[in-house]
Ligand binder design. Structure first.
Ligand code: PMP
Length: 311
């Protein structure tokens, strides 16, 4: 059966038409497989990216490609390709998949040469897939905000996990927290860090409006998101004071607005955390709009880079 053209929400990810880039070649979607004895599968020696395409262009593509290379290095392995190679391959996958608005997922993992923990220099595989994808949350979420529940799971200390990497191992925590939150009727989880300070959501960074200022936790034990950095820059351009600091959990009660940022979430207002409620206010609304403008500006950079690569 052909699934092309539809939004594919209910079609399993391993049973779709199309092409996936695997180790330098575009292969038929269903044939993009790995061996069951892959080091990456058993020991989480795997890193990935989540990228968003708008009007066929991947937002901040080069930043994502560089982060994939850097994440692999945090785990002690080198990718067999450069960030520039990843840029070109991702553009090709998005183009060949006919995606206008969608999601791209590059992933890299240690292969199946051996299953020793200290595996040595074994082959590393890289794959890139892309598919059409609407918003993460239901229509209206951007307008009214989502509901977060504080998780019992916490972000680990830098002594416990490779917290700077977008490493598969860290998503064991996110999946536990997301299941817990959904079972309790929330849209997503808010995670504290190993010290009990505010950290982030399962796949997005956290911002609070306190007084006239925008406050966000220091990313010293979780991902310093590309969207987070974009939004901080936009806020400063709008004349909003941005404070990065350690934030106590109790300070949430003093916030008037709360929002999350991430590739998938974009700028996502938060209506409540447990029984604390927030409004979708002026600062959040201005930053939702500023993010749309940042996407439009980045499209020009993307086109220039793509033209340079072609010429
Ligand atoms: N934290 C986590 C745990 C994430 O998975 C993500 C999504 N990549 C983010 C934060 C936000 O990062 P970015 O803005 O780069 O998507």
């Amino acid at each position: 059966m052909s699934h092309n053209g539809a939004l594919l929400l209910d079609v399993p990810l391993d049973d779709r038409d199309g092409l996936i880039w695997l180790d330098g070649e575009l292969v038929p979607w269903r044939e993009a497989r790995l061996h069951v004895l892959s080091h990456g599968l058993h020991y989480a020696s795997s890193v990935f990216e989540g990228e968003r395409a708008y009007a066929g262009r991947v937002f901040k593509l080069h930043d994502h490609s560089e982060r994939l290379v850097a994440s692999a290095r945090e785990l002690g392995f080198e990718l067999p390709c450069t960030a520039d190679d990843l840029d070109a391959a991702t553009r090709e996958v998005v183009r060949r998949s006919g995606i206008t608005d969608g999601y791209a997922r590059p992933v890299a993992w240690r292969g199946s040469h051996n299953l020793r923990l200290a595996s040595g220099d074994i082959p590393v595989h890289v794959a890139i897939a892309a598919w059409p994808w609407p918003d993460v949350f239901a229509p209206g979420a951007r307008l009214h905000g989502i509901r977060l529940g504080t998780s019992r799971w916490r972000r680990p200390s830098p002594h416990t996990a490779p917290v700077r990497a977008k490493a598969a191992s860290l998503y064991a925590i996110s999946t536990l927290a997301a299941h817990e939150a959904e079972a309790a009727g929330f849209d997503d989880a808010l995670l504290l860090d190993h010290r009990g300070l505010l950290a982030e959501a399962t796949g997005a960074n956290l911002f609070l409006v306190l007084g006239q200022e925008l406050h966000t936790p220091v990313p010293d034990c979780f991902l310093d998101g590309i969207t987070r950095r974009t939004v901080i820059e936009s806020a400063r351009d709008l004349g909003v004071t941005v404070v990065e600091r350690h934030i106590e959990r109790g300070e949430l009660a003093g916030a008037t607005e709360v929002f999350l940022t991430g590739t998938a979430y974009e700028v996502q207002p938060v209506a409540s955390v447990d029984d604390l409620e927030f409004t979708v206010g002026e600062v959040t609304t201005a930053l939702v709009k500023a993010f749309e403008q940042a996407v439009a500006r980045d499209a020009e950079v993307h086109d220039a880079a793509a033209a340079g690569a072609a010429g």
